[in-house]
Design a protein around this ligand. Structure first.
Ligand code: ARG
Length: 465
């Protein structure tokens, strides 16, 4: 293998060292960004007269042919090079000779890898936004479909108050909406070009860093060359965005696993998104939801790992930073895969509306409303709370719901109950009366949906910018 630093050395690298030091097996995937960055650098060198226009054009053309060869599988990660940068440069030199040797003028692998990884992460973050956006569209359409699908809302995993499926899904809509906003922030902050920072201290050649930044669609060049080659904040931020997305997916998956169990029976996962058991023929397992829940840990791991790698590193570049790739790539692949699978799984899920509604009726989720009923008849809330507590105890003994008791029995517990109690504690009334902003009542939900529809339209428009 040709190394990039033969001159100063008299001995071959130890073979174990070579393998330990090499990053090609995992940075090969940066080939497109590496070539894109090199073309921008070559174009700029030509414009500045550091290379002739002819040399610059020759380099760009050869780099494009290398890109074609990689995309066609004629050059692979199995080649014997230290990293993607040395692979591309050596192929270039083999193809065009001396002009190829001039590409690295005024550049170091330190700013080169910094630009490659930023380009890759920026592109991935944009793809992640598109995946989250697709999930948001699905959630909003399900919300519209399930405005009247009543279900119990839980606290402490105990039935608490009735809500609707639309309302429950709407909670996830807000979470993923925040994820979108975090991704946008991360992209905006990372969109600064490190190219031209050199090894750490810039260069004596008259590079035009504004031009390379512009050619690579960055907002501008990094203003400190030492920071430019050693900043990995943007990657940590992105891994943190992905971790939160995974946390939201994982919570949602946990609920779907519960809802899909025999005990709940709220949903049925599609056969295409479930698996069977090798021994128990009756089983249909929610493996996909469980795997997404499980893979969450892997993405957190990447975030934590990079935080630890970066802690205490002196300026500027250190080889430790090569460790930013493997786990980050794994986290990116994992999160994107989970988003795709989750959206497919949710889209094909059947919701058992009647079971959900029955579950809400049976769990005394209307107890607060029964207390509010007595408050409206003039009783202080604390007293009403105690009366309904006794009423619930009575109902548990009789195995009945509050509104299944005849008025005489209700009156024995509290004289204030009248015929209108049944209407007041019906599931529909309990939900429909909750009309504060963000509550599950139909009018409140419709308003939230209207706002979020506009949000999606705005996001779709921004996609084309
Ligand atoms: N493979 C290296 C990385 O990922 C590229 C930069 C190497 N720079 C150096 N000075 N050895 O960080």
């Amino acid at each position: 293998m040709a190394t990039l630093w033969g001159g100063r050395f008299t001995k071959e690298t130890d073979s174990l060292v070579k393998a330990f030091n090499a990053s090609l097996p995992f940075d090969f995937r940066l080939y497109r960004q590496d070539i894109e960055g090199s073309i921008a650098h070559a174009v700029m060198l030509g414009r500045q007269g550091i290379l002739t226009e002819e040399e610059s054009a020759q380099i760009a053309k050869a780099l494009r042919s290398i890109l074609e060869d990689i995309e066609a599988g004629r050059i692979t990660a199995d080649e014997d090079y230290e990293d993607i940068h040395s692979l591309v440069e050596d192929k270039l030199i083999k193809r065009i000779g001396d002009p190829g040797k001039k590409l690295h003028t005024g550049r170091s692998r330190n700013d080169q890898v910094a630009v490659d990884m930023r380009l890759y992460t920026r592109e991935h973050a944009r793809e992640t936004k598109a995946l989250v956006l697709a999930l948001l569209h699905l959630l909003l359409s399900l919300e519209e479909e399930h405005l009247d699908t009543f279900m119990p809302g839980f606290t402490h995993l105990q039935k608490a108050q009735p809500v609707t499926l639309a309302h429950h899904l709407g909670a996830y809509f807000e979470m993923f909406k925040r994820d979108m906003s975090r991704l946008s922030d991360t992209i905006r902050r990372m969109n600064i070009c490190p190219l031209g920072a050199g090894a750490l201290a810039g260069t004596t050649y008259p590079l035009d860093r504004d031009l390379t930044a512009e050619l690579l669609s960055f907002d501008g060049p990094a203003l400190n060359s030492m920071d430019a080659v050693s900043d990995r904040d943007y990657l940590i931020e992105y891994l943190s965005d992905l971790s939160l997305i995974m946390m939201h997916l994982s919570r949602f998956c946990e609920e779907m696993i519960l809802w899909n169990s025999n005990e709940y029976g709220f949903i049925e996962l599609d056969d295409a998104y479930s698996t069977g058991s090798s021994i128990m023929p009756q089983k249909k397992n929610p493996d996909i939801a469980e795997l997404i829940r499980g893979k969450c840990g892997r993405v957190y791991g990447a975030l934590h790992s990079l935080l630890v790698t970066m802690k205490g590193l002196p300026l500027a570049y250190n080889k430790d930073m090569q460790e930013d790739k493997e786990l980050s790539f794994d986290a990116m692949d994992t999160a994107a895969g989970c988003l795709r699978l989750f959206t497919g799984m949710l889209k094909t899920t059947v919701f058992h509306k009647e079971t959900m509604e029955k579950s809400a009726v049976m769990g005394f989720t209307n107890a607060t409303d029964a207390a509010d009923y007595l408050v409206n008849k003039g009783m202080p809330f604390r007293d009403a709370h105690a009366v309904i507590g006794r009423l619930v105890l009575y109902c548990i003994e009789k195995n009945k719901a509050i509104d299944e008791l005849p008025l005489e029995e209700l009156k024995e517990i509290c004289d204030s109950f009248e015929e209108d109690i049944y209407e007041a504690v019906s599931l529909k009334t309990c939900v429909e009366r909750r009309l504060t902003t963000g509550a599950p009542g139909r009018a409140a939900m419709e308003e939230a949906i209207r706002i979020n529809k506009q949000y999606l339209i705005n996001e779709e428009e921004k996609k084309d910018e």
